[in-house]
Design a protein around this ligand. Structure first.
Ligand SMILES: *Cc1c(COP(=O)(O)O)cnc(C)c1O
Length: 381
């Protein structure tokens, strides 16, 4: 089976991890700042706070913005559940906005309709690796002084109008899960532009305590103060060393992902049973995912059959994602129901993610293309 996503690990990565295992610091050591500097330097951002998952980065974003009970957070309906869960962790209500059917990015016009005096953040997901229309979102948010949060878990290395993901929103969450662009096994990072957000995020990832164990050890002091409520969301040095080593390969891997996407685009141009997602002008896509949308005639049943047929041919197609507001938890907790986000609900029944990762060979890419074209033609016939 050709998986839809997969990590790549080489001997340099293994040596970097082994080096930390032989050192004094398995966690809260120097490899953490090293990884933060590698990512911040790459993105040219002032602050990067390593945490143990992308989900923790999203949670930290909600916490540093002071989001709590009674607040509303606008999120797209078509995303991984963690995007919305982060608001729920803080006791806030996620308000689901619909998506643009061509790109599956949050639709700024629908966001504008859902803003209320209780809106405390707008979260956009840079879906598949394509940054949202942050300029349009900024225009909606600014008059109300609503901060913008990017779920950039798909989009490390992407740009829009020349601006890198990390600088497009006030806060940006990244994930280093193995299917993402680079991996630390589990891991994430919160990118902040404001130094106050950076300070709060550093406390939040470590119980709300103002110093870490190594700082106290180096100063020879035992005293510390807990000044806010935090969690243990620290990313160990073992994982950070892997991340720093992986960052060295990011540009090469992005280029390979883009090259594979270009081959798919060319092969699928003019296909009549499906369309690849659209890329908007000014976007430098990071291609975490390559997603096609089947014609409406397939319906949810036809999509499930296509998924099964592709898998039977060894193509690990997948679906990203079912809409969040129709998960049982959300229906029960927030009384969400079908019809809330019609474009997202329709798209969620028709999309398929095709294999795309830096380790794919040209032969595998050709196998995917042959299988997709053969199966869609067979159904049309
Ligand atoms: C991967 C991902 C997350 C969560 O990241 P983890 O590191 O798995 O916690 C959140 N949002 C989106 C859109 C993702 O793809």
């Amino acid at each position: 089976m050709i998986p839809y996503g997969r990590h790549s690990i080489d001997d340099d990565d293994i040596a970097a991890v082994a080096g930390v295992l032989r050192s004094d610091w398995l966690t809260t050591g120097p490899a953490v700042a090293g990884f933060e500097q590698a990512v911040a330097g790459y993105l040219d951002v002032p602050h990067a706070v390593a945490v143990n998952t992308g989900t923790a980065a999203l949670h930290a974003a909600m916490a540093v913005l002071g989001i709590g009970p009674g607040d509303e957070v606008i999120v797209p309906c078509l995303t991984f559940v963690a995007t919305a869960n982060a608001a729920v962790f803080q006791g806030a209500r996620p308000v689901f906005a619909d998506i643009d059917p061509a790109t599956l990015l949050i639709d700024p016009r629908d966001v504008a309709r859902r803003v209320t005096p209780r809106t405390k953040a707008i979260v956009g997901v840079d879906y598949a690796g394509q940054p949202c229309d942050w300029r349009a979102l900024r225009a909606i948010a600014e008059p109300h002084e609503i901060p913008l949060v990017a779920d950039g878990c798909h989009a490390l290395g992407a740009r829009r109008d020349g601006i890198a993901v990390g600088r497009l929103a006030d806060l940006t969450a990244l994930s280093f899960h193995p299917v993402k662009h680079i991996t630390t096994a589990e891991g994430g990072m919160l990118i902040a532009l404001d130094p106050a957000h950076d300070r709060k995020a550093r406390a939040f990832r470590s119980h709300g305590i103002d110093t870490d164990w190594r700082e106290r050890a180096e100063k020879g002091t035992f005293s510390y103060a807990m000044t806010s409520l935090g969690w243990n969301y620290r990313l160990p040095d073992v994982n950070c060393a892997l991340g720093t080593s992986q960052m060295k390969k990011l540009d090469r891997w992005l280029a390979r992902r883009r090259a594979i996407a270009a081959i798919y685009d060319q092969a699928f141009a003019g296909a009549n049973a499906f369309t690849p997602l659209a890329t908007e002008r000014g976007v430098e896509h990071a291609y975490h995912l390559y997603v096609i949308r089947l014609d409406a005639s397939y319906g949810a049943v036809g999509r499930a059959e296509m998924h099964a047929r592709l898998r039977a041919r060894g193509i690990g197609a997948n679906v990203h994602y079912p809409v969040v507001h129709l998960h049982p938890f959300y229906r029960e907790r927030f009384a969400t129901a079908p019809g809330l986000c019609p474009a997202g609900e329709q798209a969620a029944d028709l999309i398929l993610t095709l294999p795309l990762h830096q380790g794919m060979s040209d032969t595998e890419v050709a196998q995917v293309i042959d299988a997709v074209l053969a199966e869609t033609r067979a159904r049309a016939a």
